[in-house]
Design a protein around this ligand. Structure first.
Ligand code: ATP
Length: 326
């Protein structure tokens, strides 16, 4: 009910009468009044004028299930949403739900993470109040070998959602990062639990730097935020909704084809590495090559100096620019 009231108030240009809210939601005036009180406590500024009704005048940048759900334009993704003030890692919460009866498309978000994770045991810096930390639980009916492609489906969706809501020129750094101005604004971490033949569940975690003004030592040269890149602050729930909307559409196209063939052209257009010389860092093997784009299976296609083509599998690999991070 809370998210519906929020939605109705936000989308109306003028006052919404208590009667209209009650009628649409099929609840009593007291119930509406209670929710309005809760929203005010959470920081929403809502005017109540006799004989006219309620009007929302200011929306805080809160990470609550009601705020996120009230902005969603999806059928499944994020429709069941749980938000935490603090948790160790939203991927861990999604994994817990995956082990139990968590449903496909369930979303876990947090205001801050005490132990945000990157790939291969790395840490994701996760301060409170300024960023998005979210994880989606999926139960895809695909072979386990195809699951790594989901990281690229989310990468494309995150870049598209970010561009659409903020106008920031977000690009994809294959395989799992989004960059702006050559620095990382978003990281994606996919974890899965599988049997030999089938997937129990997949968790895709997305961390987006939204409103940070600065970064701790060691990250300064490598990380940036949408605020730094875009020159203003942004509402986090709106970005989450746009990323999930893009993901729902892209996920369907991925399932339909069984690979990335229907997403590849759009992915390559946003690929920051495209046509550039890159350094491929495989465990125990480093080499330089020119990036040509991705394959239908999501590998990075590179051309070596002798003209031979190689397909780089994302598993253990990092890619760098020749002179820097990108
Ligand atoms: P690389 O970007 O080096 O190829 P990766 O893609 O495997 O590595 P991730 O696992 O996505 O990296 O993210 C972890 C790394 O990202 C950390 O080692 C750190 O360098 C950097 N990092 C950590 N927190 C943030 C943050 N909030 N914003 C940007 N970068 C971060």
């Amino acid at each position: 009910m809370k998210q519906k009231i929020l939605c109705m108030l936000r989308e109306a240009d003028t006052y919404v009468s208590g009667q209209e809210l009650c009628g649409q939601l099929g609840v009593s005036r007291t119930a509406v009044w209670k929710v309005i009180g809760q929203l005010k406590e959470e920081g929403y500024e809502i005017e109540a004028v006799k004989n006219r009704g309620y009007r929302i005048t200011s929306i805080p940048d809160v990470m609550t299930a009601a705020e996120i759900e009230s902005r969603l334009k999806t059928k499944i993704m994020g429709r069941c949403c749980i938000c935490y003030q603090e948790t160790d890692s939203t991927n861990n919460r999604a994994r817990d739900a995956g082990e139990k009866d968590g449903v496909h498309g369930m979303l876990f978000a947090a205001e801050r993470q005490s132990a945000g994770k990157g790939r291969r045991g790395r840490a994701w810096d996760s301060p409170g109040g300024s960023s998005i930390y979210m994880s989606i639980l999926l139960r895809p009916d695909i072979r386990p070998a195809k699951a790594p492609m989901l990281t690229l489906v989310m990468g494309l969706s995150a870049a598209e959602g970010i561009k659409e809501t903020t106008g920031v020129d977000a690009k994809i750094k294959w395989p799992n990062d989004i960059v702006a101005d050559g620095k990382k604004i978003c990281g994606i971490l996919t974890e899965m639990v599988t049997e030999i033949e089938y997937i129990n569940y997949v968790v895709i975690g997305v961390g987006i730097n939204v409103n940070q003004e600065s970064f701790p030592e060691g990250l300064e040269g490598k990380a940036t935020s949408l605020r730094i890149a875009g020159g203003r602050t942004f509402g986090r729930a709106e970005i989450i909704a746009a990323v999930l909307k893009a993901f729902e559409k892209n996920y369907e196209l991925f399932l339909e084809a069984g690979d990335l063939s229907q997403l590849r052209a759009r992915y390559d257009r946003l690929l920051v590495n495209l046509g550039r010389d890159v350094r491929v860092l495989e465990p125990g093997n480093e080499y330089e090559a020119r990036a040509k784009g991705i394959s239908d299976e999501g590998e990075l296609i590179v051309t070596l100096s002798d003209g031979k083509e190689r397909h780089v599998f994302s598993g253990e690999v990092s890619v760098r620019g020749i002179y820097g991070y990108v």
